[in-house]
Write a protein that binds this ligand. Structure first.
Ligand SMILES: [Zn+2]
Length: 99
């Protein structure tokens, strides 16, 4: 997160990262895998696409975009960067363990 010229705020711990301090820029990109639509025959594809269109017709545009692809950008201090890369799926694992 950019706070002012030459000053960033760590998106993990909210500490200031000043010009010259070590800072990591992390970009996360999620894209819907193209093989999620089975390509057995064209009639099946047509039916599958119609089904998807039907499911999506009431969704807000922003939600549709988010389902196809999403990007996140983070500025991290060295400590948060290490924590992040030591366990990028930690939040998912914790969520699944709390069920
Ligand atoms: Zn941090």
């Amino acid at each position: 997160m950019r706070a002012a010229t030459d000053i960033y705020i760590c998106d993990g711990c909210l500490k200031e990262i000043r010009k010259g301090d070590l800072r990591y820029f992390v970009k996360i990109e999620g894209v819907c895998a193209t093989d999620c639509i089975q390509q057995e025959n064209s009639a099946d594809i047509k039916e599958e696409i119609n089904g998807l269109i039907e499911q999506m017709k009431d969704m807000p545009e922003q939600e549709l975009v988010r389902q196809v692809c999403s990007e996140r950008y983070y500025d991290l201090c060295p400590g948060c960067y290490k924590t992040f890369f030591d366990g990028p799926l930690r939040s998912i694992n914790e969520k699944n363990n709390n069920r």
